[in-house]
Design a binder for this molecule. Structure first.
Ligand SMILES: Cc1ncc(C[n+]2csc(CCOP(=O)(O)OP(=O)(O)O)c2C)c(N)n1
Length: 721
């Protein structure tokens, strides 16, 4: 049952009639004990601290040269929220949540180190903006890495709640509870203008559907930089939440500390126990600049500024303390102490060292435990399997071994088991808790893995077709790829993202596309592209054990070896313990040494379906061709590539993608540079024609894509050059 609250400016917030008499007694008991004067004084001290910090930054704009926002106006709701949390909880603050961080116990000095992008910044080592924390420790709630893309933290943070629910469902000892057995809650904080973003609705939909223990705290100051609420939205977050049955909600005055504390106390307690989502809409004034760069006087009227100033939480709380009989001298002392402390800590932060430029490439990835091929690739007695089964068997074995592994995506759950049957029987075997269908929400499917991974769950997710990865691209770029680097290794995102890809047999323009170049433009993810069953199984295992985000590109035309010429994609099933490290290419056909020595050979560097086009072409040039199957596109086995190209002096980079500006072209450029002295001919490249899509008609499709004959024509030309 949702908590219904009406807020008055009076001392006590009155619960409505659906609050039972017992609860009312409990409520007043809590109110009297919780709202102890000490809490009010602590809140006032931190408000003074935040205010002095904002003034200090303004007074020292040369030193505070990196863009920053302050919490001026939002202090009450932020402190009230922070005060409710236990170290077992999770919170995702947004860039204006500086007071929330003070309330959690971070010192001004710690925050200022990030403001000044200093070496000792505990969050990001000088890599991120002010108030973009991330934290893992036993003394405070966990904070996953915060990006500055507004609203985008809602999916990863909802993923945390999804992960906690899963740990609870499987009774995992990874679920950390409070000292008295309290269940953890998750708070996601955001500004009002972010709520209109599409990804927010994906997260709310999922949270409500699955009944997740997450609180969305919307701080509504009525502005989204210079866009006013009236100008850009038809409803506020509270009204919006009304469209999600099962999302409990409350509107409060976030400038009133007591009201905010009360509301947050009750909401946090409720979610801790009931394990359902809640939305809190807190009305707040905006008293500072949007950021240090976008100044309030650029776009706000004097009248608007005055209207907001009336609700400054600091003076309101000061007035309240005086009303309660607190000696004014005591209040003046607090103000002076806060000021002195901020000044002292600011000087200390200014003097602290800058980061060492030599560390700039640290923490792009967390180290993986899989560094060499292990297990049996072709155990005697095992049968040949098709590639789709290799993926399925790998996942089945992973799920048998790792209770924290789960699989979700569109149609992968019960009934269908994936549109390619690539997850068939898994839900039946492992239950709907571990293998389930999601809505059509690529952003959620990909972005949720950030939160899942942060709590120790190991999600394997699927995007149904490569052509539909784009709605999830934002999460991949904005959140997954940067999390390890910007948290200095504290929050690598461990996930495997399965993506069926590639063209064959008239799949048409929206079920045949290749996306590897686009993926490879993202730094901080790994991209795997197997071309046969044994590689698929060994690489899937390695991808799962890798603590970083790994995309498995799975060619649909190779899944069943139905496309003529792809029979070799079927292989003996490797052993259960077989792993193949990422970043190791394979020499699938090796030219004769004497042909190489005579200068009558060349090397084809390719992957996926390209391996089979190359094999078909190679039949015309017996003993003259090396074929390198890259198997992993990032990390890339440059050693093998350069070594073989130097031997042959001639090479072709072959891809299914449209050729211009492709990964293949970039690789060809790198080969030309590194192997220049050894080359006897320009590096050749063959890709698909540069048209926007793979056309439906099979003759058009064929005309667009490379094939064995097209490859053979280039090889012929290359060998005589
Ligand atoms: C996805 C994205 N688009 C645009 C921006 C630029 N931007 C930064 S803050 C902001 C306004 C956000 O307003 P709101 O969420 O209400 O928070 P407030 O700053 O008012 O506290 C915008 C558009 C961004 N950071 N992220």
């Amino acid at each position: 049952m949702p908590i219904q609250m009406k807020f008055h400016t009076s001392d006590f917030i009155l619960p409505t009639s659906d609050f039972s008499q017992t609860n009312i007694c409990y409520y007043y008991f809590c109110r009297l004990t919780m709202m102890h004067t000490d809490i009010l004084l602590k809140a006032y001290r931190l408000m003074c601290t935040a205010r002095t910090m904002a003034l200090t930054y303004e007074a020292n704009r040369t030193a505070c040269k990196y863009v920053h926002s302050t919490s001026r106006g939002h202090e009450a709701i932020q402190l009230a929220t922070a005060f409710q949390l236990l170290p077992c909880d999770f919170i995702s603050p947004y860039y204006r949540d500086e007071s929330m961080l003070l309330g959690l116990g971070f010192s001004p000095y710690q925050l200022m180190l990030q403001l000044l992008a200093k070496r000792d910044d505990i969050f990001t080592g000088g890599r991120e903006y002010y108030s973009h924390p991330n934290y893992r420790g036993t003394d405070k709630p966990t904070i996953i890495h915060q990006s500055s893309a507004t609203g985008m933290q809602v999916i990863p943070t909802t993923g945390i709640a999804q992960g906690l629910q899963y740990l609870d469902q499987i009774q995992s000892d990874k679920l950390i509870k409070g000292p008295n057995g309290e269940m953890p809650v998750v708070i996601c904080s955001l500004g009002d203008a972010s709520v209109t973003e599409g990804e927010v609705s994906e997260a709310l939909q999922f949270a409500v559907l699955k009944k997740l223990p997450v609180i969305y705290l919307v701080q509504d100051n009525g502005w989204g930089i210079s866009a006013s609420a009236e100008e850009v939205r038809v409803m506020d977050a509270f009204d919006y939440a009304g469209g999600f049955p099962g999302l409990d909600r409350v509107r409060i005055d976030g400038s009133n500390f007591e009201e905010s504390f009360d509301a947050m106390h009750r909401v946090v307690q409720y979610v801790r126990q009931q394990r359902t989502p809640y939305l809190v809409q807190a009305k707040v004034p905006l008293l500072g600049h949007h950021t240090s760069g976008v100044r309030k006087e650029f776009y706000r009227t004097q009248q608007d500024l005055e209207k907001h100033t009336v609700n400054d939480p600091g003076p309101k709380l000061r007035q309240r303390l005086l009303q309660m009989g607190i000696d004014e001298q005591h209040i003046l002392n607090i103000e002076k102490e806060a000021e002195d402390e901020v000044n002292r800590q600011f000087q200390q932060a200014v003097q602290s060292p800058e980061p060492d430029p030599a560390t700039v490439s640290d923490h792009v990835f967390a180290p993986t435990p899989v560094t060499e091929e292990k297990g049996q690739r072709q155990p005697s007695g095992n049968e040949k399997i098709i590639m789709v089964d290799a993926a399925l068997f790998a996942i089945r074995e992973i799920m048998e071994e790792f209770p924290e592994a789960l699989l979700y995506g569109q149609d992968v759950g019960r009934r269908l088991g994936g549109v390619f049957r690539e997850a068939a029987t898994l839900a039946e075997k492992f239950s709907d808790v571990r293998v389930f269908n999601t809505a059509i929400q690529e952003a959620y499917i990909i972005g949720s893995t950030v939160g899942m991974s942060a709590v120790g769950v190991k999600p394997i997710v699927e995007v149904q077709f490569a052509d539909y990865i784009y709605p999830g691209f934002n999460q991949l770029v904005t959140e997954l790829s940067k999390s390890c680097y910007l948290s200095c290794g504290k929050f690598p995102v461990q996930t495997v993202i399965r993506v069926p890809i590639g063209a064959y047999g008239g799949g048409g323009p929206y079920h045949s596309g290749s996306v590897e170049t686009t993926l490879l433009s993202i730094k901080g993810i790994k991209v795997v592209y197997p071309s046969n069953a044994a590689d698929m199984k060994g690489l899937m295992k390695a991808a799962f054990l890798d603590p970083n985000p790994v995309i498995m590109l799975e060619h649909k035309g190779l899944y069943w070896s139905k496309v003529p010429g792809t029979e070799d994609a079927k292989t003996i099933e490797p052993s259960r313990d077989y792993v193949l490290p990422l970043g190791k290419a394979a020499l699938v056909i090796e030219a004769d040494k004497n042909k190489i020595a005579a200068g009558e050979s060349c090397c084809i560097i390719t992957y996926g379906m390209g391996v089979y086009w190359a094999r078909s072409a190679a039949k015309n040039f017996p003993g003259q061709i090396d074929i390198i199957d890259l198997r992993t596109l990032y990390p890339l086995d440059e050693n093998l590539i350069f070594e073989r190209v130097k031997k042959h002096g001639k090479c072709l980079v072959l891809t299914e993608e449209q050729q211009n500006n492709s990964f293949a072209e970039a690789l060809a450029g790198r080969i030309s540079r590194v192997c220049f002295q050894w080359l006897d001919a320009p590096v050749e490249i063959l890709g698909a024609l540069n048209v926007p899509a793979v056309p439906m008609n099979m003759m058009l499709e064929q005309a667009m894509l490379p094939n064995g004959e097209k490859v053979a024509a280039i090889i012929k030309h290359l060998l005589i050059s």
